[in-house]
Every structure is written in structure tokens, then in C-alpha cells.
Design a protein around this ligand. Structure first.
Ligand code: FAD
Length: 517
């Protein structure tokens, strides 16, 4: 028998549920195993995947291929397909041509991904090929944490309590893929596969990088993104996120050894870089979320014994739970993927703005609000933005400018290295007060007070807005003061920075009135 592992957003060997199950089965049946990954740039562009995320996948594939080969004697084949339906066709053709009797993969929960898998399933079934999928993306799978009447929680806190309790009483284990016996006929591993494919580490690297270059070229034609220096963004993202599971696991170990112990206080200060910076790896599955949880739980136990309770560690574990929560929400409400608000009435009643000049000022970091602009310029230059700043910028767009949250959601996806539909949609709808458990509409963050609290010395602002480096923090933190400073003769013409584009107090009232209505 010959089995096939279909990799998607699970680009790792450790604790990969489908891979471990497949290897076990192959071991028991003395079968051989190959693996495949489909690069689908055209499809991903319709999902607004960022260039830096595609590049991260491209950098990861040769490492995955090498590890699979060396540790498990499995050959990875990487193939380019235009769309998801081409992928289902190619998979089915590949299986038919190579006498594959079973395919295994881990579930994905977004609409087109689900359709692709259903299509693949039908095609494979016609040839009596099994297609088995496993839940792997969450610590606890969607639909497993429900209320007493078996429905999905509408708010996070009770979800979290049950999620935590379930984990504490269950004994979650990491899955380990067994090395496949190497008495496999090596010819079998050389699948008959189309021309747009590669299976040596060098060829995978060349093919993946070619796909990145083409993607970069096609994005260059998008005039709305002309303010992005994609080359600089790529360089910064490559420096900040070296590829591969060894790096990701090492980053987790270091975070749990050092920074987790101050997480509760320092997680909200962007200039400290005190969060784990694991999201880019979690998003494409280079690290297992269960491993993240187990490492944190182990640190908790080492510190406090069995009934350990450490605020910092608990807080970090709760962030992992938010990630699970938003996937559970998506699985429960598939319409979210069609851009529908969770609170559907907000789609009907709120008169969102579609002012392109305002949106452009926000995207390019020229709103005149230093914290918002610094955050947007950081995103544009690096493909990453700190969580606190995601909330501040999203609230500014949806409340101060009253722009439709879907515009911001899309822009974030186009830039973020960790862009992930469920978490991004959840974060945007939280900020826009249209989502499950979202910020109440009248609690609108003041971006100047946020700067005062979370960037007290203006360190982060000055890093990204060097033109303001000589301005005292007290001016950066006050709308009145910065307006005056920019408008005085002293500053006029010397600093290329705009005065705040809106008056926060006034637009806040407008937003509240719109929501009240
Ligand atoms: P840490 O603070 O170390 O947290 C650990 C992990 O927990 C993260 O890697 C992430 O996987 C998860 N996590 C943390 N906070 C959240 C959260 N609020 N919601 C869901 N998961 C969370 N996260 C993404 O992974 N992809 C996105 O596209 C995304 N878009 C967002 C958009 C908005 C408007 C907002 C407000 C938040 C968004 N987030 C998104 C959540 C959060 O900002 C990032 O996960 C976090 O900044 C990543 O940094 P870190 O890995 O250092 O996080």
C-alpha cells in the first residue's frame, strides 16, 4: 500500500495529528508514504494572503522537505496549482497514477478550503481512495466546547472556563510520527507528478521562490498598495521570522523560560517586544498550539505545583484560548467568511463610511495621530503589528473614521505575516463592536490616552515616526498640543507630518450616535 500526506497549514513534523496517524498506519501495514503540498498563489491572492506570509511558506517548504526526508524517509512533492479546484483534480490524478490507497490531512475551517476538501473527497471516493481528515489546528477542536444545551458560547469568558477545565481534566498528548521503515521501494516515493512540481530540496526552494517573485510582481500592479516597499517588508520579515520548526520551538522555549513571567504587565507595551511572536508560525502550522499550551502548563506546574496559579502564565494561556475561540466561532457561523457581521443587524443599520481619502490616510500612516500612524508604518514595513496597536488602529478606523471594518480587515490580511481569517475577523469585529463578545460600542479607545498608557516615553512612536523624534512625549500624547505644535510657525514646514485629521471627542460622539440609532 502507498499513502499520501497532504500538507496544508500544518508545516511541521512534531505533533502533527494527520502525519502521526498516517505514519502509524503505514508502519502497521508495511506501507510506504509520500507527501504533497500545493502552492496555490492565484487562489491565495483572492484570499488576500500577504506577500510576507507566502514568502514564509516558501521558506518553510524546503526545510520541511529536508526534515521529512531525513527523519521519516518521506519525500515531499511541491506542486503549483492555480486554484483550489485544480488542487482537488491534481490530487485525484496523482493518487490514481500512483496506486495511492489513502490520503490524510488536517482539517481547515474556512469556506473555500472546506469546498476544496469536499470536492477532493468526492473525486477520491470514485477511485475507492480513503480521504481521512483530523482536527489539529486548535488545542481543543471546534464544536468540542459547547454550552449545556450543546450550542456555541457567544462570549469568551464562559467558553474559556470550560476550555480550561476540559484541558485540566483531559490528558492531552503530543502526537509523534514514527520513522517509516526504510525498506520502502525508493521508486515508489518518486511519484508520477506534473511538470509544475518539485521534489528535491533545491528544486522546492527554486520553485517556491519563483512563486514568491511572481506574486510580488502581480501585487506591484495593485495601485492601492503602491506605498508599500515590498522588498524592504520581505527583508524585515525574513529577519524577524527565520523559517522552520526548530526556530519556532526554540522561540517558544525561550519565551516560556524568560518573558512569560512578565507577560501580564509587559504584553501591552509595544516597545518591549515582550510577547511570544509565535503567531506567524502558528498561522502556517510550523508550531503546534498544543505544544504551546503544554509548555506553559508545565511552567505553571513547576512554579506552583498542581494547584498552581500564575497570573502571567494564565494570561498567555488565555490568549491561546482566544485563538481557539475564534476558530470555534467560525466553524459555528460559516457566514462570517462571506464578510457578514456576527451581529447581522449592524450590516443593515450602520451607515459605514467608504471615504477613500480617509482610508488612504489610515493605510499610509498619515492620520496625524502619532500612535495610529506609527503602528500602521510598522505594519507596512515589517508585516507585523503588536496586539494593542491592532486594537487601537482598528478602533480608530471603525469608530473615529466610521469606515467599514471589512476594509480594514482586508488591508490587515494583505500585510500581516500572521494573517489568519478567524483571528483577524474576530479582532476586527471585536474592535468594530459588530462581533461576538465585542467591545461595547460606547467604549471607544482614545488613541492619545492609549499612547500615554502604553508608550509613555513615546519610544515606539519615535521609532516609526522619526520626524517627531524631537517632540516631547507630553505633546505626542495630547491631541490639542500636537495640533498646536504642528500649526505653529516653529514647526510649520520643518516637519512633514499632518495635524490630526479628526477631533477625537467630536467623532466619538458621532460614532456613538450612529450605533445608538
Ligand atoms: P502572544 O501575545 O504571545 O500570544 C500567543 C498567541 O496567542 C499568538 O501567537 C496568537 O496565536 C494567539 N493570540 C493572541 N492574542 C490573540 C487574539 N486576540 N485573538 C486570537 N489569537 C490570539 N492574530 C493572528 O494570529 N492573525 C491575525 O490575522 C490577527 N489579526 C488581528 C486583527 C485585529 C484587529 C486584532 C485586534 C487582533 C488580531 N490578531 C491576529 C490577534 C493578535 O493581535 C496576534 O495574535 C498577536 O499580536 C500575535 O503576537 P504574538 O504571537 O506575540 O502573541
Amino acid at each position: 500500500a502507498h499513502y499520501l500526506m497532504w500538507f496544508r497549514r500544518d508545516l511541521r513534523l512534531h505533533d502533527n495529528t494527520a502525519l502521526a496517524a498516517l505514519c502509524e498506519r503505514a508502519h502497521d501495514n508495511d506501507a510506504s508514504v509520500s507527501a504533497v503540498f500545493f502552492l496555490t498563489p492565484e487562489q491565495w491572492q483572492t484570499h488576500d494572503m500577504s506577500l510576507v506570509q507566502l514568502d514564509h511558506i516558501a521558506r518553510t517548504l524546503p526545510i520541511l522537505a529536508n526534515d521529512l526526508h531525513k527523519q521519516l524517509n518521506i519525500t515531499l512533492h511541491v506542486q503549483v496549482c492555480d486554484s483550489f479546484s485544480d488542487c482537488a483534480d491534481s490530487l485525484s490524478a496523482l493518487c490514481a497514477a500512483n496506486n495511492i490507497s489513502g490520503v490524510m490531512a488536517n482539517h481547515e475551517y474556512e469556506g473555500n478550503e472546506i469546498e476544496r476538501d469536499e470536492e477532493a473527497n468526492k473525486l477520491l471516493a470514485k477511485n475507492d481512495i480513503e480521504f481521512i481528515r483530523w482536527h489539529d489546528q486548535c488545542i481543543l477542536p471546534p464544536k468540542s466546547i459547547t454550552t449545556n444545551d450543546d450550542s456555541m458560547y457567544q462570549v469568551f469568558t464562559p467558553f474559556y472556563k470550560k476550555w480550561r477545565h476540559t484541558l485540566e481534566v483531559s490528558n492531552i498528548q503530543l502526537h509523534k510520527a514514527l520513522a517509516i521503515d526504510s525498506n520502502i521501494d525508493s521508486n515508489k516515493a518518486a511519484l508520477k507528478i506534473s511538470k509544475k512540481a518539485a521534489n528535491t530540496v533545491d528544486a522546492i526552494e527554486a520553485l517556491s521562490q519563483k512563486v514568491v517573485e511572481d506574486y510580488q510582481q502581480s501585487l506591484a500592479d495593485n495601485t492601492q498598495l503602491s506605498h508599500i516597499d515590498s522588498e524592504a517588508q520581505l527583508t524585515n520579515a525574513r529577519d524577524a521570522y527565520p523559517a522552520g520548526e526548530v526556530v519556532a520551538c526554540h522561540r517558544l522555549d525561550q519565551f516560556v523560560a524568560d518573558d512569560i513571567h512578565n507577560y501580564d504587565v509587559s504584553r501591552d507595551v509595544p516597545s518591549l517586544h515582550a510577547t511570544s511572536q509565535l503567531s506567524a508560525y502558528l498561522t502556517i502550522g510550523v508550531i503546534s498550539p498544543r505544544l504551546c499550551y503544554l509548555q506553559a502548563a508545565k511552567a505553571q506546574e513547576q512554579l506552583h505545583g498542581n494547584d498552581g496559579d500564575n497570573e502571567d502564565i494564565n494570561r498567555w494561556i488565555s490568549e491561546l484560548a482566544w485563538r481557539d475561540f475564534y476558530r470555534h466561532v467560525l466553524a459555528d457561523k460559516p457566514k462570517l467568511i462571506q464578510h457578514q457581521a456576527y451581529k447581522h443587524e449592524t450590516d443593515i443599520k450602520i451607515n459605514w463610511s467608504y471615504n477613500e481619502d480617509d482610508f488612504d490616510a489610515w493605510c499610509t500612516g498619515r492620520t496625524g495621530v502619532p500612535l495610529v500612524d506609527a503602528a500602521m508604518r510598522c505594519l507596512n514595513a515589517t508585516g507585523f503589528m503588536h496586539n494593542r496597536l491592532r486594537m487601537v488602529t482598528a478602533m480608530f478606523l471603525t469608530k473615529d473614521l466610521l469606515i467599514d471594518w471589512r476594509w480594514g480587515e482586508r488591508y490587515f490580511m494583505q500585510q500581516l505575516i500572521d494573517g489568519d481569517f478567524a483571528s483577524n475577523n474576530g479582532g476586527w469585529q471585536w474592535s468594530a463592536s459588530t462581533g461576538t463578545d465585542s467591545a461595547p460600542y460606547f467604549r471607544i479607545m482614545n488613541p492619545f490616552s492609549q499612547a500615554k498608557t502604553h508608550d509613555p516615553d513615546g519610544e515606539f512612536i519615535k521609532e516609526w515616526l522619526p520626524e517627531l523624534k524631537d517632540m516631547p512625549a507630553s505633546t505626542l500624547h495630547s491631541e490639542d498640543k500636537i495640533r498646536k505644535a504642528i500649526n505653529t510657525d516653529d514647526m510649520f514646514g520643518k516637519v512633514d507630518y499632518p495635524a490630526p485629521m479628526v477631533e477625537h471627542k467630536a467623532v466619538r460622539q458621532l460614532a456613538i450616535a450612529e450605533f445608538k440609532k
